[in-house]
Design a protein around this ligand. Structure first.
Ligand code: MCN
Length: 793
């Protein structure tokens, strides 16, 4: 079935209400912390208050004697049991010939603490209160060391070394593009636009903090780990093969309802290993639930790039070449996927929507005494878009071209399109997205609105961002060619029950995206059965055959495609059963609207009857067909999907206080075929809020001297709230993806990717009359006021 045929099926494009919402809205959700187990003990982690310190000794005597305490463990206890460190650098290798530095990441610190929040000891007690009180009795003799937090400081001569294995703090270099060709193009340029910028570090704040419960059964010698996680099978693989040295079948990982992840829950964290290991040691179920302030110093952070870029153009503003150098802050340890973020997911996107013939990107990554940095909604692609759309906008200003004109002159218009940085875009219509965004955003009336704003003593600006992202992670062939150590397929099992209802087991994981509804729509559409007759199971290695989980807006395009492939197998077998029952040949059987019919006749049989026949084989060709109707398929995409769009933001800025108000925000996206418009709109809203949050409010700040986290709570880390936003104007363009059977492109990260440059470009546009030329995120009132004062001075 082609993607166009698929798009015309019932349920596809319908805003079916979310099946999962009744349980969420009535408090019936089962999050990890809700799991009610007997024989339960609570774990609490003692964390380093120092950014960098030798641990001379740890005295746990008083803590062990405290009321309710069952055990206190340190790094030495863990090492004595041969529990390894966390896996690092799973996804990329250096491209300069030198191996990537992969220093150990112990699950409890041994000898040294390398960031504020590094876990130093685990206390297990009957209650969390008792464990907390006991943790305060642990005496750690620290020898504080000089520390480094900023990626620019980490590379200075004589900077404190975070790891002995990387004395200059350098972890890896990654390069893509043809340097000589780029240099030659710059020689020919009529104009070069330059930009230095910082992509600010963010702290993910999922509504549900991380949590884990380790369980062990002496009867079966099996472990169960309940964990707030986005990819249980990968968690199990890393836990067993890389850390604990256990056979995989001895561990079951269950990620039940998960209250948001945004990338921060795709890794195996130290706490997950600790509670699993301790469960066997104490023969108890061991629970840990993070407190909010603890999450600030223990969940992987996002972004944190410092970049210099240059864009070469001819006299008409046509892009000739783009040259980029980025320093990426990795934090204190190499987190599992962190090496893929500033490389495969960043550098390869720097052609954007443009025909720039040559692009050359160099990325250097560095260790610092900060929380490890890894994927956070968009992961690499927001950083690429922010850079590209800031410099394209500046180029337009410098060339005297309007923001839409500089883009139109350079848009790719023919597909498929091979970029100079590895990716091949299959479909898109960038002009249509731009036109539609300008229309929806009523750009024609902007100058009138600007005058009205100026009349009240404020300034108004408009900013554009035309983003593209690579979603549907990750085709094994392409990922492998780019240096990744593993590609990322997906698995789906379609179990048709005798009554014709269906349970689907998917390796994707839903932690807010509504898969129980949209995946059910896909199955119901494809099999011609009511959506109520389809249940989706995910998040349990004991029930789902295998899975690579959810990130990189991959679920519908890769997980959904695996399910489609399993349904193809179901259909093929069902046709054989139908052919037998209808006394026709297999080739003459057609399947549509939930019925099998014989071509050119009125002989037909409904899907449910086939299902019953498969399980109650009284009239069944048992010699040629097995009973049952249950198929599994694995799907490895041949390409990424390439959602793209244009966002336009209008802001009002107070020249007196630096306050920025978003007056209107228009987002036009191309997600290919849309399964559920309501859910997609929700995804766009959520992404926009995160992206605009980065642009205006959110900022993770470390003290540059001491590497202490200065924004360690919601008192100092500003999360966006509903009243920070206007009603969003949302529009869609549809060019179906050609490399998956649904025609879908991912939508889960677009808002966070496209919005930050639109906001900052708008603020800069507003401030242009005051002579302000540059501004880093977040555009907080203080920072905007400061750039205004600097420009005036
Ligand atoms: N969808 C659709 N039509 C399309 C594309 C998607 O109807 N053309 C639907 C899908 O079926 C799914 C939802 O939209 O129900 C998102 O799909 P997709 O784009 O495939 O993204 P994933 O399901 O893989 O979700 C991951 C993505 C990422 S990477 C982050 S980060 C993120 C996000 O989704 N984290 C989220 N959205 C989130 N939403 C919530 N509530 N919580 C998070 O942690």
């Amino acid at each position: 079935m082609g993607s166009n045929d698929f798009a015309s099926l019932p349920y596809i494009g319908d805003s079916v209400l979310r099946k999962e919402d009744e349980r969420f809205l009535t408090g019936a959700g089962q999050y990890t912390d809700d799991i009610d187990l007997s024989n339960l003990a609570q774990a609490v982690f003692l964390r380093s208050p120092h950014a960098h310190a030798n641990i001379r000794s740890i005295d746990t005597t008083a803590a062990k004697a405290a009321p309710g305490v069952l055990a206190v463990f340190t790094g030495e206890d863990v090492a004595a049991d041969k529990i390894g460190g966390l896996p690092c650098g799973w996804l990329i290798t250096s491209t300069n010939g030198e191996p990537m530095k992969e220093p150990a990441h112990p699950i409890l610190a041994v000898g040294k603490a390398r960031h504020v929040g590094d876990q130093v000891a685990m206390v297990i007690a009957k209650t969390a209160e008792q464990a907390k009180n006991a943790a305060e009795l642990i005496e750690v003799d620290y020898e504080p060391l000089a520390a480094v937090a900023d990626v620019r400081d980490a590379q200075k001569e004589g900077a404190p070394a975070v790891h002995d294995e990387a004395p200059d703090n350098h972890c890896f270099k990654w390069v893509i593009g043809d340097k000589d060709a780029v240099d030659a193009a710059f020689e020919q340029a009529a104009h070069v636009t330059q930009l230095d910028l910082i992509n600010n570090r963010l702290i993910p704040n999922a509504m549900e903090p991380r949590a884990a419960i380790g369980c062990y059964s002496r009867a079966s010698d099996e472990y169960t780990l309940y964990v707030a996680n986005q990819n249980p099978h990968v968690e199990r693989l890393l836990l067993t093969a890389f850390v604990m040295g256990l056979p995989e079948h001895k561990v079951r990982v269950i990620a039940p309802d998960v209250g948001g992840g945004f990338g921060s829950k795709i890794y195996l964290y130290a706490e997950d290993v600790c509670v699993t290991w301790a469960a066997k040691k104490l023969n108890r179920n061991i629970k840990w639930t993070a407190e909010r302030t603890e999450s600030f110093v223990s969940d992987a952070h996002g972004r944190d790039h410092v970049t210099h870029a240059e864009l070469a153009m001819d006299k008409d503003g046509k892009f000739l070449a783009f040259r980029v150098h980025t320093d990426a802050n990795l934090g204190a340890y190499l987190s599992t996927f962190s090496s893929a973020v500033p490389t495969i997911l960043y550098a390869t996107l720097l052609a954007g929507q443009y025909t720039t013939p040559q692009v050359y990107v160099e990325v250097d990554s560095w260790f610092t005494n900060t929380v490890p940095v890894d994927a956070y909604r968009g992961a690499g692609r927001p950083e690429a878009t922010y850079l590209l759309e800031r410099i394209v906008t500046r180029a337009g200003w410098e060339m005297g071209l309007s923001q839409d004109e500089i883009r139109r002159r350079n848009f790719i218009t023919e597909f498929p399109y091979q970029t100079p940085v590895a990716l091949q875009y299959d479909t898109g219509d960038y002009n249509q997205c731009l036109d539609k965004a300008m229309e929806l955003g009523e750009v024609a009336g902007f100058e009138d609105r600007r005058k009205a704003t100026e009349a009240k003593g404020w300034l108004r600006g408009i900013g554009y961002s035309s983003y593209i992202e690579a979603c549907g992670l990750a085709p094994s062939n392409i990922a492998g060619a780019l240096g990744a150590r593993a590609g990322l397929f997906e698995c789906g099992e379609v179990r048709v029950h005798p009554t014709g209802s269906v349970t689907v087991f998917t390796g994707s994981h839903s932690h807010g995206q509504g898969h129980e509804t949209t995946f059910a729509q896909v199955v119901a559409a494809r099999l011609g059965i009511p959506v109520e007759n389809v249940d989706i199971v995910h998040g349990d290695t004991g029930r789902v055959p295998f899975g690579m989980g959810t990130y990189g807006s991959r679920s519908i395009s890769v997980g959904g495609a695996a399910i489609m492939r399993a349904i193809d197998k179901v259909e093929a077998k069902a046709k054989k059963i139908a052919a037998h029952l209808l006394e026709a040949s297999d080739a003459d059987i057609e399947f549509a609207n939930g019925e099998f019919s014989v071509k050119g006749t009125d002989k037909k049989i409904p899907f449910a009857e086939i299902a019953l026949t498969a399980y109650v084989p009284h009239n069944y060709p048992l010699e040629t067909l097995e009973p049952g109707l249950n198929e599994t398929a694995f799907y490895d995409p041949t390409n990424f999907t390439f959602p793209a769009g244009t966002y336009i933001c209008e802001v009002e800025v107070s020249p007196l206080t630096g306050e920025v108000k978003i007056d209107r925000f228009t987002a036009v996206d191309d997600f290919g075929t849309i399964i559920n418009p309501m859910i997609v709109e929700g995804q766009v809203h959520g992404g926009l809020v995160q992206g605009i949050g980065q642009a205006l409010l959110e900022n993770c700040v470390y003290d540059r001297e001491t590497a202490q986290l200065l924004t360690g709570s919601f008192m100092d880390y500003a999360m966006p709230r509903a009243d920070d936003f206007p009603e969003f104007r949302i529009g869609h363009v549809c060019t179906p993806c050609t490399t998956n059977p649904l025609g879908t492109k991912g939508c889960g990260e677009a808002g966070a990717i496209g919005s930050p440059p639109a906001v900052i470009n708008a603020v800069l546009d507003a401030l242009a009359p005051l002579g302000v030329k540059d501004l880093d995120m977040p555009a907080s009132p203080h920072r905007v006021w400061e750039v205004i004062q600097n420009a005036r001075a």
